[in-house]
Design a protein around this ligand. Structure first.
Ligand code: NAP
Length: 331
């Protein structure tokens, strides 16, 4: 039996933003389980990260079928922690999962078929020990499957009571508008888009955020810290316990170039002048835009999560600060 008692003041510590024109509000900071929750990671650390999140009013945990490694293990480990610590708080949580990237061998374990999405969510629910997820996403666009089929599968999943809302991830503005039209015709509760967005990667500013606002859909942005580059972590070399030093991760040592380090050092000076860590400034920079509903951080340590949460204390930027940031990043 768990001895976990969440902080009674948790909802005073976080701020919440409405997700598009829906009835749902999300915390300004949400927690992603892509890394650090697999079978090779420290289970006790993973559990402490989840507890710290909820103790600070983070009500949203984001997963996907293939988070781990191995695939499925983040959902399985989350399920174990959920059962012991969070079952009593199910109605206080927004739990999401996704399908769209490779999950199992053969032609039915990838992309966007009805067959894949429905089977995958059934597997995810079993691994997590849940009756339903709050949000089910199509994880990436599928250039070959008709959008009607993929959106039809999302609708079916909601009708079957396996998800309350649906979302899409990594879709460009044009495909998002097409998907939204189909979902509206089907009356599917389309809540949210999950794009990649941070100070260094700004593709969403070229139409996606405008499209989302026009259709009344919220956004939760991933890799807000450019996987750790937009923190003080790589200011003086590559620490051995960092993502860039980890074999098989999506952040390679070769991405930490001298030019990147020089930019990060300059950004760090602006963060210091604001009384923030660089990670905090990077999170705040995203939250300055009301079209960003929530910033989806990943963390390998409780201290990182605490650092990131404190970003919400100052999300205002002067024009000069924004111009300086753009100049450093050549935007
Ligand atoms: N929809 C999609 O296609 C998609 C794709 C990717 C991610 N996501 C979601 O987005 C979530 C976040 O993505 P991400 O992990 O790439 O995000 P991120 O927040 O940009 O990077 C997380 C990493 O940055 C480092 N970090 C975080 N806070 C720090 C701090 N305060 N100080 C120093 N270092 C810090 C840690 O790296 P170290 O391990 O080096 O300590 C951490 O693992 C994922 O968990 C997942 O839920 C979705």
């Amino acid at each position: 039996m768990s001895t976990y008692q969440p902080d009674e003041k948790r909802y005073e510590k976080m701020q919440y933003r409405r997700c598009g024109k829906s009835g749902i509000k999300l915390p300004l900071i949400s927690l992603g389980l892509w890394h650090n929750f697999g079978d090779n990671d420290d289970f006790g650390n993973a559990r402490n990260i989840l507890r710290t999140a909820f103790n600070n009013g983070i009500t949203h945990f984001d997963l996907a079928n293939n988070y781990g490694p191995p695939y499925g293990s983040a959902e399985k480990n989350f399920g174990k922690i959920f059962k012991e610590d969070f079952q009593a708080y199910r109605d206080e949580l927004i739990i999401s999962t996704k399908a769209g990237w490779d999950m199992w061998p053969g032609p039915y374990g990838n992309f966007g078929s009805r067959k894949y999405l429905i089977a995958s969510l059934d597997q995810s629910l079993k691994r997590m020990g849940l009756d339903y997820v709050d949000i089910f996403y199509h994880h990436r666009p599928d250039p070959e499957t008709p959008l009607e089929e993929t959106m039809g599968a999302l609708d079916q999943i909601v009708r079957d009571g396996k998800a309350l809302y649906v979302g899409i991830s990594q879709y460009n503005a044009e495909d998002t508008a097409k998907a939204a039209k189909i979902l509206k015709e089907q009356r599917t509760p389309f809540l949210i888009h999950q794009p990649r967005y941070n100070m260094m990667d700004r593709w969403v500013e070229d139409g996606l955020l405008d499209t989302l606002e026009r259709i009344g859909i919220g956004s939760i942005v991933f890799s807000p810290l450019e996987q750790g580059i937009l923190t003080s972590k790589y200011l003086h070399g590559i620490p051995e316990d960092s993502r860039a030093a980890t074999e098989g991760s999506y952040l390679d040592r070769s991405q930490i170039t001298d030019e990147v380090v020089a930019q990060v050092q300059e950004l760090n000076k602006i963060a210091e002048s604001r009384g923030q860590s660089l990670a905090q400034m990077a999170v705040a920079w995203l939250l300055k835009d009301h079209r960003v509903t929530s910033v989806l951080v990943g963390v390998s340590k409780v201290s990182q999560l605490e650092d990131n949460i404190a970003a919400i204390q100052n999300i205002e930027f002067s024009k000069e600060e924004l111009q300086k940031i753009d100049k450093i990043l050549k935007k």
